[in-house]
Design a protein around this ligand. Sequence first.
Ligand SMILES: [Cu+2]
Length: 142
Amino acid sequence: MRRAHLLYLGIATILLGAACAQPAPAPTSSGSEQALEMRNFAFAPASLTVKVGTVLVWTNRDSVSHTVTLSSVPTGVASLDSGSLGPGQTFRLTASQVGRYAYHCSIHPSMTGEIVVVAEQGTPPATGTTPRPQPAGPVSPY
Ligand SMILES: [Cu+2]
């Protein structure tokens, strides 16, 4: 009796352990990391095309602080400001939505860059040129 009870406890523990062992969502399941730099008061590369899901990692290689401040984002994406990044600091941003992201350094506005996020197939998104269906001809009033 006591033995069976212990056995049940053991199984329960194993089951609990399995449930808790569910890993957190893999950070790089669909995308890889793309390194960018702030160097000599410029973003490098200044313009970059990545696939959706890519994790962008900026590293400040200058001896002064910079920011990554999004100034233009696709519809539905929250704008974002990294805040001041000191020398050697990094800022990570997951390119979670297709579209064009323009950014700059809020401390040095002449520092600008853009990221174009494309779908897995590699086709850039249509930029507002979707043809609208023409309305049907005039409806004859009865
Ligand atoms: Cu700067």
